[in-house]
Design a protein around this ligand. Sequence first.
Ligand code: NAD
Length: 290
Amino acid sequence: MKIAFIGLGNMGGGMAANLVKAGHAVRAFDLSEQALAAAKEHGCETFTSASEACEGVDAVVSMLPNGEIVKSVYTSDVIGKAPVGAVFLDCSTIDVATAREVAEAAEAAGYAMVDAPVSGGIAAAEAGTLTFMVGGSDEAFAKAKPVLEGMGKAVIHAGQAGNGQAAKICNNMLLAVQMIGTCEAFAMAQKLGLDPQTFYDISSVSSGQCWSMTSYCPVPGVGPKSPADNDYQGGFATGLMLKDLKLAMAAAETAGVDSKMGRRARELYEEFDAEGNGGRDFSSIIQTLK
Ligand code: NAD
């Protein structure tokens, strides 16, 4: 397929390279010269505008920082520029309302569109092992699936437009709450005189077991290798977790849901981020609980 790829940053760079490996012709655009040069090295053809990159394509994939940028790129440079009948896949993490608004505008102009945010970080983007949660009609999903399969290990249809974003923010809200709970449990166990490894050995095979404990333990030297073993560098940045929690709380307000734990998690990550920890892995919040 001929695919336009817009937004070749930490995530998009690896994803576009995997589409080339999967045999697609990738037409790349980013505002950053450096990102474009890297895409060229990975076999993409590069362009100086999104609208040029969209000429004659079967699909447009975007991986952009936020909803405002996604809306502006699609309304100014993609809708009306890509051939009618093309499928659009926005893989960025953005708010549900904007995802639905952009999909509606695209469909009204004769395109198919899905929101397809991802689970998995930069390493999964490079390895082609992302999980995509996809919102859109059955027809749009069928057109998008072969493109997503070139970049991920799992592609799951979540229902109507916007449902991919809904799944993403609900999942990440749960992850934040679970991580804070895991950190509190380790901090308290230690204060009560339990060795962290001993607590891990017990809780990892008991009812407190969760992903934040057994796949991403916030205590260095305990459990499988995680960002805690690398001074909390790499992994999933606190600033990105805070972005997702803000989106989750905005969605909770729109939907009239009183999510008390989600709200508290946002407050705690907001404080932690303001203390200069935005670039550190989100599990480093354990250091404020000790
Ligand atoms: P990034 O900042 O590294 O990349 C974004 C890219 O978009 C940059 O290269 C930037 O130059 C480009 N860009 C911005 N405005 C543009 C425009 N108008 N036209 C063309 N290009 C433009 O960010 P990232 O880490 O790659 O994240 C991208 C998206 O993926 C975000 O929505 C983020 O929440 C989501 N996400 C990131 C991770 C992660 O671990 N980094 C994990 C899951 C989801």
